[in-house]
Design a protein around this ligand. Sequence first.
Ligand SMILES: *[C@@H]1O[C@H](CO)[C@@H](O)[C@H](O)[C@H]1NC(C)=O
Ligand SMILES: *[C@@H]1O[C@H](CO)[C@@H](O)[C@H](O)[C@H]1NC(C)=O
Ligand SMILES: *[C@@H]1O[C@H](CO)[C@@H](O)[C@H](O)[C@H]1NC(C)=O
Length: 650
Amino acid sequence: MMHNWLSTPLFLAALCFSLCAHSTPYSIKERHPVPDGWDLLRRAPLHGKIKLHIGLKQGRFHELERHLIEVSDPSHNRYGQYLTADEVNDLIAPSKDTLSLVQEWIEECGIGAHKIVFSIASDWITLDLSIGDAERLLQTEYSEFWHAESKTLAVRASEWSLPEHLHSHVESVQPTSSFFHAAGLAAKIDFPRSLYVDKEEGAGNPDIKDLNQLAETLSGELSESLDLDDLPSDLKASQACNTSAVTPLCIRALYGTLTYEAQAPDQNAMAIVNYGGEFNNRSDIDLFLKAFRPDAARAGAAFTFQEDNIAGAINQQTPATASQLSEKMGREGNLDAQALLGIAFPTAMISYSIGGEAPAFEPDKYTPTNTNEPFLTWLHHALAQKELPQVISTSYGDIEQTVPYTYAKRVCEGFAQLGARGVTVIFGAGDSGVGKDGYCRSNNGSDSYEFLTSFPASCPYGTSVGATRNIEPEEVAHNERNGFVSGGGFSRYFPRPAYQNAHGVVSSYLSRLGDNTYTGLYNREGRAYPDVATQGYRRVIVWNGEKFLVDGTSASAPTFAAVIALVNDALIAEGKPVLGFLNPWLYQKGFEAFTDVTKGSNKGCGTDGYFAAAGWDPASGFGTPWFPRLKELALERKFRSQRPWYWPYL
Ligand SMILES: *[C@@H]1O[C@H](CO)[C@@H](O)[C@H](O)[C@H]1NC(C)=O
Ligand SMILES: *[C@@H]1O[C@H](CO)[C@@H](O)[C@H](O)[C@H]1NC(C)=O
Ligand SMILES: *[C@@H]1O[C@H](CO)[C@@H](O)[C@H](O)[C@H]1NC(C)=O
């Protein structure tokens, strides 16, 4: 092929200076290493298309955060007085200065003002550009990167620049250096799918090769020994559970939701979010409910939950293709939906699916339009809604250090906005303990040995859920056969939030750990997680018409979300505010309703990891929920005043 001098960086730089004349020179705003597993293929074609999201500095985020803390803090007189969408948007709208300087910059680069699309609060700008235009705007080069493991193609730039006078006005631009969306990042790298399947591991291991059979047998035994429609109200976990294959019946008996009858299912909603082309197969969900929640199956729950498909997503209900079957597509989506409905039916469920999945890799037909950053796409959509489900569970995540700080920060702040509006945001804590052996290296250039943390589990504005296994007692979950270990640790990006200092639970754990254990491997000042835990080992799911056993905090997050949805149900029925951003209440009072997990540890990085201990610990948080007590404590919450007709603060 002929060398094309027009595409050399030098020429581009010259072009950019000539077209984007600015009062200040460009300098690098962010540089982030390309995570392991991604191979550079080549420069991206300049005529290719890209959807750029530019995060403007929010006008009064600290004010928003103060409101969030006040309305979520049981000791504050504004507790429970959640903000409306308009109030939140008002607080985060950028300053006039920010808006005009950024618009000026875009226009000076020859991009028409008509291309600028603002988010609902004007804190994000979306631009549909050619890659060439994006490169000029950010003085960068976009390349195609290939993730062989998941067959994902991404167009990214590992560093980008801004005119210096804009550095304090623009916080984040994506897609640039974040590889987060990594649709199909496989479990071996980390846990975006958060799903480890036992069945495949069976080959060569006689003990477990019949796990699938076991799941079948167990559910058969269950339906023979117990009438699921007429359960004894005093059914004990020891009677309801066979920890070789954990079903909704076990969860409901273990966490005490079995006899609770939802009273406000039409005013209450719980949601899951599907990324990376995942879907919730209604036919499979129906089979699952027929086996484990016949009442939900009869009510048609699998066919009536609401779908919200965003950015070209399809919540696929047609037969799976051969490649989808070989990639096990749909297991995560099925697990999440089955966990929520299996426990919290008849609460209404919403499933959000985010598009942007990479097309099958065919270099010749390549059109690079699949570059959305999924969390942002979802947040933009959700934050633009006037009404939101009261609980939202997310079973996707990535190693924190592979997510550029500016992106992680803005996404985390998006979750704070949901919290201010009274939404409980729930995340899985990750599936690699304190880090997968062999990957525990800093990517900051030093290559130093350290524990890895997970994002968004590390975001202080969400509630992060670890996994347990066994019953009486439950212990921190791990599975030697597939490498799954429940995740936990201390964020390097986010400092410890004030609510974690209530009762000094984190600092007492740290003093027990001592100064000489894992010194330098973790950030003692960081947001500590998980906050709580639920069963995440050998959970039965139905996928492609068959039962499987899976492990992962992917199961734990929706399980906890379902319990919270039922607490909200009781609150709504009594006309009380829902739980909202849970953590301030959890660390002050709610923890009393949890069964402490004191056995096991989240090993990794060649160490034993953090041990579970009496009280809070970074392996199991406060432990697992006991719904009757949780509901009681939630109903007892005191609200000091009615919400005024206007906000004196705004
Ligand atoms: C769990 O189920 C398996 C398979 O049916 C059975 O062999 C085992 O005894 C059961 N365990 C308990 C505790 O019931
Ligand atoms: C959905 O599940 C059914 C079996 O319940 C299966 O036949 C079908 O192929 C599945 N579709 C997808 C997209 O996975
Ligand atoms: C990289 O990270 C390690 C561990 O977090 C830290 O000790 C070191 O100072 C950092 N190095 C650079 C160059 O930032």
